[in-house]
Write a protein that binds this ligand. Structure first.
Ligand code: GLA
Length: 388
């Protein structure tokens, strides 16, 4: 949809009045560094040009009105600045309401209400962060329309706070950060312990970034995400009996091997092993990307997937099928699940001139094994939030 069509949809939903302002924030795909962002590790995600549009118009009273072109059956949902507690029945509007909650916690209150129309072209539940995209576009729209003193890093933190404190998912900072700070054709190499970050050019030469969607929907709040996080906390507490560490990312593979017996719970030991090795892999992968060593990068992607499948146990039959079928194809340098897992998407680096063959072969094998088709997208890496 173009801006004009979105404005017409806005008037249809909310009626005549002043023109709304129109904002956009992308989704994200993580290249490597999975399930380490709540363990102080480095991650290497990119913002996508696929994303979420938000059209906002201020109101003179304190009412909040929401409409999503992705959930038209929900109609116009009403709220008020004086009452925004989490309610499951509020569906998607819990994300923008969560951003208002996070602002309020910081002592930032809005002078008045607003109308917000949302349209997104990221498939929901695909693991490409449609919810973080919605949070960041809401934050950016509210910031600009109400002249709030909020930085891009704040936008990321507010989005994460909305997830953690309002929606109830104890997610890390990776998704919101990469969306709020994204740069065209660059990955964000982020140290999640300090929020120090660098941009790394994603120069894939004759290759492209292929996103493969299992089309198996999952909602993170219902998944075992929070459980993984507490398993890591258990492992950390066990290692802290002896090691002066604040997070699992501070443990090198060598130190881990010497001290892993401190973690008596076998499951927790496996989870920690994934985190420790994934952190180290991500640092190496980033160096490979900077040097243009794409084959080595692809190999690290493959290792990351195996670790997520076997040690962290967040993959599933659908993701394994996509990844393993892709890894067999000529022209595929590496493939792995991306995001939280349990469904959603995988990502592969593929020679551009072989991409069609890869999609045909993987698509056929996937449908035969799983019983429904998968979907493919070529990822294009975009900028952070902007006004259109
Ligand atoms: C989800 C979370 C992120 C991160 C990934 C796994 O996308 O929102 O914070 O933990 O899973 O790497």
């Amino acid at each position: 949809m173009n801006k004009q069509e979105l404005i017409i949809a806005f008037y249809t939903a909310f009626g005549p009045g002043e023109d709304p302002r129109c904002f956009f924030a992308g989704g994200r795909v993580n290249l490597i560094g999975e399930h380490v962002d709540y363990n102080g590790g480095h991650v290497l995600p990119c913002a996508l040009t696929m994303g979420t549009w938000g059209l906002l118009r201020r109101r003179a009273d304190r009412r909040l009105r929401f409409y999503s072109l992705n959930f038209p059956q929900a109609g116009v949902q009403e709220g008020s600045l004086d009452d925004f507690s989490y309610r499951k029945a509020q569906g998607w509007t819990n994300y923008p309401l969560g951003v208002l909650f996070a602002l309020k916690e910081r002592g930032i209150t809005l002078e008045g209400g607003f109308e917000l129309l949302i349209y997104g072209n990221i498939p929901n539940g695909a693991g490409l962060s449609s919810s973080a995209s919605l949070e960041v576009v809401t934050g950016a729209a509210v910031r600009e329309c109400f002249n709030l003193c909020v930085t891009d890093v704040d936008l990321a933190l507010l989005g994460q706070r909305a997830e953690n404190g309002f929606v109830g998912l104890n997610s890390g900072i990776m998704d919101q950060f990469s969306i709020a700070l994204g740069r065209k054709d660059r990955a964000v190499y982020l140290d999640t312990a300090t929020l120090a970050y660098e941009y790394v050019p994603v120069d894939l030469g004759d290759c492209l970034l292929l996103v493969m969607n299992t089309c198996k929907r999952r909602t993170l709040a219902d998944s075992k995400y929070n459980q993984r996080r507490s398993e890591c906390e258990g492992a950390l507490a066990a290692l802290q009996q002896k090691l002066p560490i604040e997070n699992l990312a501070q443990v090198s593979p060598e130190v881990f091997e010497q001290n892993k017996a401190l973690i008596t719970d076998e499951v927790q030991r496996q989870r920690a092993k994934h985190v420790v090795y994934e952190c180290e892999r991500t640092v190496r992968a980033c160096a490979c990307l900077r040097r243009g060593e794409l084959n080595a990068f692809g190999q690290l992607m493959n290792e990351s997937h195996a670790s997520l499948r076997d040690l962290y146990e967040v993959s599933c039959k659908e993701l394994n099928t996509l990844v393993e079928e892709a890894q067999k194809q000529p022209g595929v340098l590496g493939a792995r699940m991306t995001g939280a897992g349990f469904g959603g998407c995988a990502v592969a680096i593929v020679k551009a001139d072989q991409a069609q063959k890869v999609m045909d072969a993987v698509g056929r094998a996937y449908e035969a094994a799983i019983g429904h088709p998968c979907a493919f997208y070529t990822a294009t890496i975009g900028d952070g939030p902007k006004e259109i």
